[in-house]
Design a protein around this ligand. Structure first.
Ligand code: PLP
Length: 394
């Protein structure tokens, strides 16, 4: 299998199997649920793992295989597993690695459904969960218990863009024999590759930048062959959050332009962040591309760019913040990120609506906090739309 030293080239060619009979440029979509065996022995050998070959698409499919091979190359890991959603990847990872009596360390600052899974579903099954500030090494070390099996984080973190130091998390994991998982959705492998900082499993909601066109829900997990195979053959196989071959194909297509799209998302977001920072209606802005953001120090080392997502608080009442969002015309009121369209949402009533008021406070989410996922439009048009809507609350 061909591999370059350049991520842009690997995003286009990486993981492609040899040409096959017809030599298609575009990967074929193997739209099949099952695979035919020549005879009983061949079926038995495949089930026993004695020979390679597909069995049934919940266990593996050639189109999905290509997506997984390409993602492993991009994230610089040995292997990858694709899922039917980002949450499918999160739950397959934690249910595959944890059992009753084990302990997970994470942060209050998480994507809302990941937080719901960790704060409600895991404890109900006897798995202990501690929420600590993962950006604080001392607090993280103090939270480790003899039964700690997993440290799970996002960086930059939903929705205030807090950045955690991956070298610190990776080093603690290795030193203490704890599996580390990082959700890399916000930056994509173009801007950040957690495995190169010693992280064991890298997770994506592939719904976002990887696909990039707002038409697929999917997830990816990248890591060592051993960990990925373990998850594929237990929780992915038995809980069944598999991706369809058609959706895998759409993500393979999305990956071909990932580097161009991410570059433009970053350029547009930087323009928007600088504009908002200078606007009198803005009380606070969170974007790691601005020098006064604490995550800025890791730009150029851990992160090769600040990404396309930012959050800000308006200097106004809750009702005025809602009126501002409703006034926007180009920017679409929608959750998600990483799409061509600029998307705006209100975390307290949308992505983080499962949080109790004290949990919102712990995660730094006020009622006037707004999240903006800057798209690929001409930056002038995005600025003009924000400007006209801000004028209504001035
Ligand atoms: N992780 C992050 C950072 C997210 O933003 C999301 C969804 O918004 C998820 C995971 C869950 O992904 P999905 O919606 O594809 O299940």
């Amino acid at each position: 299998m061909w591999k370059s030293n350049n991520i842009e080239t690997n995003a286009i060619h990486g993981g492609k199997p040899s040409q096959g009979e017809h030599g298609p440029l575009s990967t074929p979509i193997y739209q099949t649920s099952t695979f035919v065996f020549d005879d009983v022995q061949q079926g038995a050998d495949r089930f026993a793992g004695d020979t390679h070959g597909h069995i049934y698409s919940r266990l593996g499919n050639p189109t999905v295989d290509e997506l997984e091979a390409r993602m492993a190359i991009l994230e610089e890991t040995e292997a990858a597993a694709a899922f039917g959603s980002g949450m499918g990847a999160v739950s397959a990872a934690v249910f595959g690695l944890l059992k009753a009596g084990d302990h997970l360390i994470t942060s209050h600052r998480l994507y809302g459904c990941t937080f719901a899974l960790f704060s409600h579903q895991l404890p109900a099954l006897g798995i202990e969960v501690s929420f600590v500030d993962l950006a604080d090494e001392q607090k993280l070390r103090a939270a480790i218990q003899p039964n700690t099996k997993v440290i799970y984080g996002e960086t930059p973190i939903n929705p205030c863009l807090t950045v955690i130091d991956l070298d610190v998390i990776g080093a603690i994991g290795r030193e203490r024999g704890i599996t580390t998982i990082i959700d890399n959705t916000f930056l994509s492998p173009i801007l950040q590759r957690p495995a190169t900082h010693g992280i064991d499993l890298v997770l994506h909601s592939a719904t976002k930048y990887l696909n990039g066109h707002g038409d697929v829900v999917a997830g990816i997990l990248c890591g060592s062959r051993e960990l990925v195979d373990q998850i594929k053959m237990t929780t992915r196989k038995d809980m069944g959050a598999v991706i369809s071959p058609n959706d895998a194909w759409l993500i393979i297509r999305g990956l071909k332009t990932l580097h161009l799209r991410v570059q433009r998302h970053c350029e547009n977001a930087q323009r928007v962040a600088e504009y908002l920072q200078g606007h009198s209606a803005i009380a606070k802005i969170y974007y790691p591309g601005l020098p006064d953001h604490p995550g800025y120090r890791l730009l150029g080392s851990q992160m090769q760019g600040a990404g396309g997502v930012m959050a800000f608080e308006l200097q106004c009442s809750f009702e005025q913040a809602v009126a501002f969002i409703n006034q926007l015309q180009l920017c679409k009121r929608a959750v998600s990120l990483g799409d061509a369209e600029t998307l705006i949402q209100h975390p307290a009533s949308m992505t983080h609506s499962t949080y109790e008021p004290e949990e919102l406070a712990a995660a730094g989410i006020s009622r006037t906090l707004i999240r903006l996922a800057v798209g690929l439009e001409n930056a002038e048009d995005i600025l003009a739309d924000l400007d006209q809507a801000l004028a209504t609350i001035a």
